[in-house]
Write a protein that binds this ligand. Structure first.
Ligand SMILES: C[C@@H](O)[C@H](N)C(=O)N[C@H]1[C@@H](O)[C@H](n2cnc3c(N)ncnc32)O[C@@H]1CO
Length: 147
């Protein structure tokens, strides 16, 4: 799992076209979304994560929680993003991992939105630019080497 975390004034997206043959079914309301004062987390779920998705979910939630507490962000935007890795997990595994991360962050008390999975999306982001506003993290299941 590769994550790019951007502490932002806002993140807004608009769904454009399908990027997968069978993208996640979405409601009309989900075609656009926006959060203000948000920690945007762009995530690529990787092949290696398929060996232990549950563990990767928990490690990702811990990392996101830690950064959110440092930058004092109460909102999280989970953003599926296939461009942070050249060894992507299969879409069905990736979607489940991202849905579970969304659920777990809500359980931790954050306000959470997740951008739709399997689409080309236009987005606007306003990075705050402070020293902790742009971070990246790599998470792998235990016992696996980080490539
Ligand atoms: C395209 C670009 O504008 C958009 N932002 C996009 O990336 N769309 C991705 C993700 O939503 C999702 N997706 C598929 N596999 C994965 C994966 N392993 N991890 C995360 N997302 C994935 O499927 C789309 C096509 O790869």
């Amino acid at each position: 799992m590769r994550m790019l975390l951007i502490h932002s004034d806002y993140l807004e997206y608009e769904v454009k076209d399908k990027a997968l043959k069978n993208p996640e079914p979405i409601s009309e309301e989900q075609r656009k979304g926006r959060l203000d004062e948000v920690l945007a987390v762009f995530m690529s779920v990787e092949k290696i994560d398929e060996t232990n998705p549950d563990e990767v979910v928990e490690k990702a939630v811990e990392e996101i929680k830690s950064v959110a507490e440092q930058v004092k962000a109460e909102r999280i935007f989970v953003y599926p993003f296939a461009h942070l890795s050249s060894e992507l997990a299969k879409p069905d595994v990736a979607l489940k991992v991202l849905q579970r991360i969304e659920e777990r962050l809500r359980e931790e008390g954050f306000e959470v939105k997740r951008a739709p999975f399997g689409y080309y999306k236009a987005f606007r982001l306003s990075c705050k630019g402070h020293p902790l506003a742009e971070l990246s993290r790599t998470i792998v299941p235990s016992g696996e080497a980080v490539s």
